[in-house]
Design a protein around this ligand. Structure first.
Ligand SMILES: Cc1ncc(COP(=O)(O)O)c(C=O)c1O
Length: 452
């Protein structure tokens, strides 16, 4: 049984340490990233000893937590501009805490009626935003699983016998080479193999050019996949043009909105997603731009029945008779976390408008970076950003080396990507603390490191 006093003490310590951690992080008053090797770190955190002997107390816990937080990556830091993981907002953090204590795994209604009902309402809200009035959805642990689930629904539509008999050899998925790797990974997991991935023509920034068709004679198209927005560049495909093209040919249109669907909440940026309502399926990650911790993603389909058709399962301990309100028939997972609560609490606290302002703010900061960099000599930026992702180069510098140097002293954390075979640095503005001064400092640091 829990010792309630001990729990309360430990929880108080957790809140105090986390508050100090986030405060320091968002003031930029600590390295944004540290990469001490695991052996040294394990020693400092006394991991082996604690695993073998246990006996942690509130005081040793405080010491452990302080070092643990100090040695991690700070996503609230102004200089955090790396992977597309949210700088989490505190209501969502509370949801994680609640889930940790209550463990009401959703998917089976009777295991957590409140948690499941929150998921239904969050999904209803997301479906309305996307424009699927007759739609259905489910929350999954991440965008990769969401892409897999959506493509499974697409497979069930074009080849309903595949669940029983295996996958016909003539199915193909049309996607640009810039599509997130989870799409082609899903093709292999689904039994289509990589040979089923047919690349769509693109412009030189990886956006689909629907006027140039690949040769698919003798093949059946299982799905056409577009990005809103693309992982590497943050650029949006023309969803309306692609959606209409799919409609004319009765093809399943899947929109990977893992990163960029949240722009639906910003009046200014929602037009980037015009035509999304033509999709058959959409995925949308909350742990990217809706400020929840990893993972919380939605799979949304235009016709609710399409998601129910994706899986056909027998398990007498779970599936019998009418499944009532259970969503378990729609997911790869059997047990899953209280994902809806994280999204709901952020919405409940900040409102849809506040969430939209968060997205618009990060998109604006990325655009500002583009403006500032263009004013300086030596920087090239291959496109005007549409989201919070910007790629750039500085002269002929060794870009992998620049990134490494910025990370080495913990001053900035960026990623990099190849565009047309050339490595670029990639800024993804995630933290509300990133401001103009941060951007100027980054540009100075890139220049200084390379010219000195
Ligand atoms: C466009 C896109 N789709 C899918 C994914 C995969 O999402 P997750 O990391 O939640 O599995 C990502 C992740 O960056 C992404 O950018």
């Amino acid at each position: 049984m829990w010792n309630i006093d001990e729990f309360t003490k430990a929880a108080d310590i957790t809140v105090g340490e986390l508050a100090a951690y986030v405060d320091r992080s968002q003031r930029g008053d600590a390295p944004v990233v540290r990469r001490e090797p695991p052996r040294e770190l394990a020693g400092r955190l006394r991991l082996g000893e604690l695993i073998a002997d246990g006996g942690m107390t509130p005081e040793t816990y405080r010491e452990f937590l302080r070092t643990f937080l100090d040695e991690g990556t700070r996503l609230h830091h102004p200089a955090y501009m790396a992977h597309q993981s949210a700088s989490p907002d505190f209501p969502a953090a509370l949801a994680d805490f609640i889930h940790g204590a209550t463990n009401n795994p959703m998917a089976i209604y009777e295991m957590g009626a409140a948690a499941a009902t929150v998921e239904f309402e969050v999904l209803r809200w997301m479906l309305a935003k996307v424009g699927f009035p007759q739609g259905g959805g489910v929350l999954t642990h991440g965008g990769s699983l969401a892409n897999l689930t959506a493509l499974l629904a697409a497979r069930a539509r074009v080849a309903p016998q595949a669940w029983e008999e295996g996958v016909p050899g003539d199915l193909v998925i049309l996607a640009p080479p810039s599509a997130h790797y989870s799409v082609s990974r899903a093709a292999s997991i689904l039994g289509l193999g990589q040979r089923a991935m047919v690349p769509l023509a693109t412009d030189d920034l990886g956006r689909i050019d629907i006027t140039q068709l690949p040769d698919i004679s003798g093949k059946r198209v299982m799905a056409v996949v577009a990005a809103a927005c693309a992982t590497g560049t943050g650029l949006y495909d023309d969803l309306r043009a692609i959606g209409e093209w799919c409609r004319e040919r009765d093809l399943w249109f899947h929109v990977d909105g893992a990163h960029g669907a949240s722009a639906l909440l910003s009046e200014r940026h929602a037009p980037l997603l015009a035509g999304i309502e033509l999709a058959d399926s959409v995925i949308w990650d909350a742990h990217k731009m809706l400020r929840t911790s990893a993972l919380a993603a939605a799979v949304l389909v235009r016709r609710e029945g399409d998601l129910d058709a994706a899986f056909k399962q027998e398990a007498s301990y779970l599936f019998y008779g009418d499944q009532g309100f259970d969503l378990i028939g729609r997911t790869v997972e059997c047990t899953k976390a209280e994902l809806g609560l994280k999204i709901f609490l952020n919405l409940a606290w900040r409102g849809e408008r506040g969430m939209g302002e968060h997205v618009a703010g990060r998109y604006a900061t990325a655009h500002r970076f583009w403006e500032l960099a263009r004013r300086r000599e030596g920087f090239t930026l291959p496109y005007e950003p549409e989201s919070n992702i910007v790629c750039f180069r500085y002269g002929d510098a060794d870009h992998a080396a620049i990134r490494e140097r910025l990370m080495a002293d913990g001053s900035f954390y960026l990623t990099s990507t190849e565009l047309n075979g050339v490595r670029h640095l990639r800024v993804t503005v995630m933290s509300p603390a990133t401001d103009d001064a941060t951007l100027e400092r980054l540009l100075d640091a890139v220049e200084a490191g390379w010219t000195s």
